[in-house]
Design a protein around this ligand. Structure first.
Ligand SMILES: [Fe+2]
Length: 306
């Protein structure tokens, strides 16, 4: 037998390792490299999640799934997805080789580009996700990007991140450590906001509670748990709570926040910007997520002309 062919399996893909070693962040999707097992993983993930979407996903997401014509049987080609997506909201899925530093990620949203992972999780561990994969990014995130108002939220959020970078670069440099502490606090606030809304948000729909967060929409276990479990705390969103609340990524979320609509969510992004300029994001509580040096660096060195 030939040596193991992992195709484009998460953490086992030579194509991705090479790209990372060469410092290539934005790449193409080498579709021919997906193995039969990779395709089978997609198929099984899609089969598991489809009935859960029908029960728990918000209406706009389901419309997005139809619009994008996601194929239950084959891993999507990004160019096909974009063909349907771009005319709707000008958003575009862009293949990346892995981790994208915080500012670059947020600024892509401002430019209506969505950094998209092209690897797929190991078929032996469907529920275990060490990092995002194409199922999370394309089946979990991208259908939401077909909705105009949701797309506006992402762009607006990217603008707030840009304001944070501008502010960071204009800060007094006499005490660099103090400056870094403030900027880290700002990034923590942004990351928490993103987590509790775009990744794990719940939304009212009539008398029901529905899911719009992509972390939930791409997990057939958690999408049910987040709505049904009596253990989960679900509260109307409050900005002061969200920006100060730590989160852990390795287990189901036990605390979630509810918005009334995407218009409602948009008002919170506006408020986030006001709070940034007032200094209210400068002393958020410590704890997760840890802001790594690359994330900090990305804000301090961003090119902000124009
Ligand atoms: Fe995500």
């Amino acid at each position: 037998m030939a040596t193991a062919d992992f195709g484009l399996t998460t953490t086992k893909a030579p194509f991705i390792e090479n790209a990372q070693q060469n410092g290539e962040m934005f790449i193409h999707q080498p579709y021919e490299l997906y193995s039969e097992e990779n395709q089978d993983t997609w198929r099984r993930l899609y089969q598991q999640i489809r009935p859960k979407w029908e029960k728990y996903a918000n209406k706009k997401f389901m419309e997005g799934v139809e619009t994008l014509m996601l194929d239950p049987d084959n891993i999507p080609k990004l160019q096909d997805v974009n063909k349907y997506l771009q005319p709707m909201t000008r958003f575009e899925a862009k293949a990346v080789s892995g981790y994208v530093p915080a500012y670059i990620f947020f600024d892509c949203l401002r430019q209506r580009k969505f950094p998209t992972t092209i690897t797929i999780r190991d078929g032996k561990k469907l529920e275990y996700l060490p990092e995002p994969d194409i199922f999370h990014d394309i089946a979990g995130h991208v259908p939401m990007h077909t909705d105009q108002r949701f797309a506006d939220v992402l762009v607006r959020f990217g603008e707030v991140a840009r304001q944070a970078a501008l502010r960071a670069q204009q800060m007094d440099l006499s005490d660099e450590a103090a400056r870094d502490k403030i900027v880290e606090s700002n990034i923590r606030a942004l990351a928490r906001f993103f987590w509790f809304t775009i990744e794990f948000g719940l939304m009212r729909q009539g008398d029901d509670l529905k899911v719009y967060g992509s972390g939930l929409l791409s997990s057939s276990g958690e999408i049910e748990y987040c709505i049904e479990s009596p253990k989960v705390q679900r509260y109307p969103i409050q900005l002061e709570w969200v920006i100060n609340q730590y989160f852990e990524i390795y287990h189901y979320q036990e605390l979630l926040f509810i918005v009334d609509s995407f218009d409602h969510l948009f008002t919170f992004v506006d408020e986030l910007e006001v709070w940034l300029h007032q200094g209210k994001l400068d002393n958020t509580s410590g704890g997760e997520p840890k802001i790594n040096p690359e994330d900090l660096h990305s804000f301090l060195t961003a090119e902000l002309e124009g």
